[in-house]
Design a binder for this molecule. Sequence first.
Ligand code: GDP
Ligand code: MG
Length: 177
Amino acid sequence: YGDPSQKIDYVFKVVLIGDSAVGKSQILARFARNEFSLDSKATIGVEFQTRTLVIQNKSVKAQIWDTAGQERYRAVTSAYYRGAVGAMLVYDITKRQTFDHIPRWLEELRSHADKNIVIILIGNKCDLENQRAVPTEDAKEFAQREGLFFLETSALEATNVENAFSTVLTEIFNIVN
Ligand code: GDP
Ligand code: MG
């Protein structure tokens, strides 16, 4: 996961948002360290993790911010969004309520973040297909209407996690180049 001595061409800040327990911290653990834990403790303190990847021969350091149990509406501070060029809006495909709250998160994001921020909607826990409560089509339509990228992921099975981050980071890369 990256040679620490390599020179960095870009640093992109990306924020994770969405209701509590949708899997934000595990998505980040999967991306940054290729780890997953079933009994993840609630995140304590705002923190970010980084991973450096190569996009079109440039090294891009992704600085991914995770909320600190501030998932209550309006509890995430503007400092969290400051300087963010990407956002991952996460819900749990087995919990309808977490999808129903997405418009609020989007509104919050749009009121705090840069207007050109690249956003991806993520339906996590797609390994739990037998408990699905949000049809893929509903989320796809919502994303299309709002101009968001969209993917279903599983942090547990590592499905589409890499793809979700590379979608956002490549789009940001293309905007700045
Ligand atoms: P957060 O509050 O959004 O950061 O959620 P966490 O990352 O702490 O995850 C909440 C719970 O969901 C934990 O028990 C995780 O192990 C579990 N979890 C996270 N991602 C997945 C996934 O893709 N599939 C399944 N089955 N469980 C997951
Ligand atoms: Mg967390």
